[in-house]
Design a protein around this ligand. Structure first.
Ligand SMILES: NC(=O)c1ccc[n+]([C@@H]2O[C@H](COP(=O)([O-])OP(=O)(O)OC[C@H]3O[C@@H](n4cnc5c(N)ncnc54)[C@H](OP(=O)(O)O)[C@@H]3O)[C@@H](O)[C@H]2O)c1
Length: 253
């Protein structure tokens, strides 16, 4: 495959970092963005170690102006964006809350980070892709796009479900421009964040979670990254507008 420019949001750790490393292993130029500059630098080092070229830009995805500036920096630096991975996100509250105890501010924050930031990023990246009549967008949705979230509350379920609709709509809109649009829906994946949460559970609680997964274990960040890389590759040239489940069979469409 020729070397491409891949922009990965939330590239400072977890699933996003694994995606950056996997694109690096393909020999791509990987632009990782997130807030933590030190962690981004470490992602950059790992991308180089994997065989890619690295480039990092800090950005707070809560901030529309910062997203615009980040994309402008990437275009100024590299001249194009071939692959966009919308990965930044997560539950914003410390523990899942019921709908009646979810403060408005938490709802808005969660929607802003997990859904609105993806809309805003696509809005500024797609004109560049359209002008080149090519590109691939992969969005990291969630099993919460399919069913109510157990770990992260109602706002997260609503935001990640919104991504499923955004994915379909963008696919319809951008397909005629040669831009492929897809999403993945990870189940329980052992990023540092989720592993730390998992480690606070009792043995019985962990066993109960594993029992809900037909493959009998939680997934790895690499098992998400490999599917994202596939969706962005020429091997997926006729895959468009889909949401691929990566959950060990925990939810089957
Ligand atoms: N792990 C799972 O089980 C699982 C399951 C389904 C879906 N997902 C989704 O997969 C994605 C990654 O999850 P993860 O488990 O790898 O989470 P993580 O380890 O917490 O990583 C989240 C990433 O998003 C970035 N981020 C968070 N808030 C940001 C902000 N305001 N501005 C810019 N970047 C921000 C973080 O970087 P900084 O803190 O440096 O900004 C970090 O790089 C999320 O969208 C999550 O919803 C995860």
């Amino acid at each position: 495959m020729n070397s491409l420019v891949a922009l990965v949001t939330g590239g400072s750790r977890g699933i996003g970092r694994a995606i950056c490393i996997a694109f690096g292993a393909q020999g791509h130029t990987v632009v990782a963005t997130a807030r933590d500059a030190k962690a981004l630098a470490e992602t950059g080092r790992l991308v180089r170690e994997a065989g890619g070229a690295d480039s990092v830009v800090t950005c707070d995805m809560h901030d529309a102006a910062a997203i615009e500036a980040m994309v402008r920096t990437v275009i100024d630096r590299h001249g194009r964006i071939d692959i966009l991975v919308n990965n930044a996100g997560g539950g914003t509250s410390a523990r899942p809350m019921t709908s009646d105890e979810t403060p408005d501010a938490d709802w808005l924050d969660t929607l802003n980070l997990n859904l609105t930031s993806v809309f805003r990023t696509c809005k500024v990246v797609t004109p560049h892709m359209k002008s080149r009549r090519s590109g691939a967008i992969v969005t990291v949705a969630s099993i919460a796009s399919r069913q109510a979230s157990n770990l992260s509350g109602i706002a997260y379920t609503a935001a990640k479900s919104g991504l499923a609709g955004l994915n379909r709509h963008l696919a319809k809109e951008l397909g005629p421009f040669g831009i492929r649009v897809n999403a993945v829906a990870p189940g329980i994946i052992a990023s540092e964040r989720v592993q730390a949460k998992f480690d606070t559970y009792t043995d019985a609680e962990r066993a109960a979670i594993r029992a809900r997964v037909p493959l009998g274990r939680i997934g790895t960040v690499e098992e998400v990254a490999s599917v994202v890389v596939f969706l962005a590759s020429p091997g997926a040239s006729y895959v468009h507008g889909t949401l691929i489940d990566i959950n060990g069979g925990m939810f089957m469409a």
